[in-house]
Design a protein around this ligand. Structure first.
Ligand code: BTN
Length: 255
């Protein structure tokens, strides 16, 4: 049940806060860590100071997107692989809600028909033994929004033909992610780390079997290793291991 009052906590398995508008759900979560139990979350549909990976801005689309952050205060065997686990959790939630199969562009972008529809930003707070994992889901922005923001490689679920309910879906997805994706489905990952979901992750990973370009060269993506790193065979037959960004041929305009 979504309550539109500010800072209202809802009944359910885990704490889930909703705000009609907030600066950044990641920032709010980090500033209010004491409000959360072992697993909890905060979400909004209007985020005025959203943050993306690599110091980028995550632009707002008021009422047309879900901005969600889960707070984890449970010990994780391999916290550095949480972004990969999270991308799978979101793919599962979207499959359950809409019957769609998203692909994952390593490490954690979700793609539908080659367009980015979900971005994920995980941040550790080591002195408080907590991690926040922020997820932005493009639900219903029109093409004019992506054109105006100069985001040619991004899209929304609605633009890709998915029947999105802008009123109900943000709350439903937030609740599914909080009580299933980052709770029940977390049990194996907590203890076993990436091994618990590696094969399923690889089955979703769009990079594998494709040519990838990285700073200084090109190669074939052949594996995602036990630490969640991308394994690339370069043109000289050498194996390279990546923890950073790579471009994938056929994705985001790389030819
Ligand atoms: C990316 O650059 O792809 C990651 C984007 C992450 C955006 C989400 S929206 C909810 C949470 N709050 C933020 O400020 N960022 C994340």
């Amino acid at each position: 049940m979504v309550n539109s009052m500010n800072d209202e906590q809802h009944n359910g398995c885990n704490d889930l806060f909703y705000f009609p508008e907030v600066g950044s759900t990641n920032t709010w979560a980090k500033e209010h860590l004491d409000r959360f139990g072992p697993v909890g979350a905060v979400y909004t549909t209007s985020q005025t100071a959203g943050r993306g990976r690599l110091g980028r801005t995550w632009v707002n689309a008021a009422g047309q997107a879900l901005y969600y952050t889960v707070v984890l205060k449970v010990p994780l065997a391999q916290p550095e692989t949480l972004p990969l686990f999270a991308s799978l959790a979101v793919a599962d939630a979207l499959r359950e809600r809409y019957g769609i199969d998203c692909q994952i562009k390593w490490p954690n972008d979700l793609l539908l028909r080659g367009k980015k529809i979900v971005g994920i930003l995980c941040e550790g707070i080591p002195d408080q033994n907590a991690i926040v994992c922020g997820i932005g889901i493009n639900l219903a922005q029109p093409q004019s929004y992506f054109d105006a923001m100069e985001l040619p490689h991004a899209s929304s679920l609605a633009l890709q033909g998915v029947a999105v309910n802008r009123e109900e879906d943000p709350g439903r997805l937030a609740r599914t992610l909080t009580d299933f994706g980052f709770d029940r489905a977390l049990y194996g990952f907590e203890r076993e780390g990436f091994a618990a979901c590696r094969e399923r992750y690889k089955a979703h990973c769009v990079n594998l079997g494709r040519r990838v370009r990285y700073d200084g060269g090109e190669g074939d993506a052949v594996d995602v290793d036990e630490n969640g790193r991308l394994v690339v065979q370069d043109s000289a037959g050498q194996t390279r291991i990546f923890t950073g960004e790579v471009s994938v041929r056929g994705i985001y305009g790389m030819v």
